[in-house]
Design a protein around this ligand. Sequence first.
Ligand SMILES: *Cc1c(COP(=O)(O)O)cnc(C)c1O
Length: 396
Amino acid sequence: MQYRERVWAEVSLDALSLNVENIKKKIAQAEEDIEYCAVVKADAYGHGEEFICRHLYEMGIRFYAVSSFEEAVRVRKWCPDGEILILGYTAPECAPMLAEYQIIQTIVSVEYAKELAKFVEVGFPVRCHIALDTGMGRIGLRTGLETDQKEHCIQELKEIAHLDGLNIEGLFTHFAVADEKDSDNISYTIRQETEFFGMAELFKAEIAPLKQVHCMNSAAILYRNQLPSTLARAGIIMYGLKPNANLEVPIPLTPVLSLRSRISHIKTVPEGTCISYGRTYTTPAEKRIATVTIGYADGYSRQLSNRGEVIVKGVRCPIVGRVCMDQMMIDVSAVPDVQTGDIVTLIGTDGNQTITADDIAQICGTIGYEIVCNISKRVPRIFLKDGRQIHEDSLI
Ligand SMILES: *Cc1c(COP(=O)(O)O)cnc(C)c1O
């Protein structure tokens, strides 16, 4: 495939379809009916919100989760008739617009609920899910197993439920360690589950019925798939990456995104030649050094300096010297017939070599999530369907 770009991300909608189908099969194994909720926050984890959402909509997905009001309004364009849940804070002043767009807002605290209710226009209630903090320590009403804590939580829930202008349709919680398999962490997750479903039962018995009671993220979909959650909030696995790179995943996943760039310049240099800022690399012998048209401003971490690898013509090549803003150098001594203009694969497969976002994350001391989210906006996303590039209007 030939593109003229300096650097680009290929996003395979075919891989997305495969992942969604495999996740759907997994959640169909549960006893309860679980609806698929596509987490498309942060520009669909850096993959490109519009085409990801339009493709998911075409696949029949009608529940989306985002992290801000702005994202929700954009997703409403691609999903005019489904549900959109904002998983975090929205300025209370947005209440009338939340109602207008029929967006579901998360209630992060009692204080927040009161503020939000103040801005609701009479006759135009805001649909809400209340977050319960069962152990993540991020947002939500704190639950607990002790009677006092439980009682306090139920009082807070009642207070919120009695506010005019808020329609409470669901409760949800978020797991802190569902992607860990040791017994201490498994007990922690089970405790979160117990507190959450206990509180949901109390809510339904003492306050009001609920349409949605949900707790599953990617890790829970993979490793705790018998929970009575009404929604499965699939994020990272939909994009073909693992929630925890060190754990086997029980379903096939195909990475959706590949990151590619080009060779702009090639030279043979003698032993003792310094490469890039800081002189952190000196050739130990005669080398063929190529310059690649990607840098940290494209979201390719500077931490990969002297540590990362790329693939050229099916051969792995080490990055030599520091990654610069828009360029970096690699050692192509082992690549036969390398030429300027050749494609460099930073993430993805070339020949029989593959580098995943998780591999890069390992080197950078982070997670695959951050690697894909950090690919900057100046990197064009090219969408592939049936293996071919698609254009703006060919999807719908
Ligand atoms: C981001 C997020 C998810 C998705 O998490 P993954 O690990 O990517 O599946 C689910 N629920 C909440 C509340 C989130 O913030």
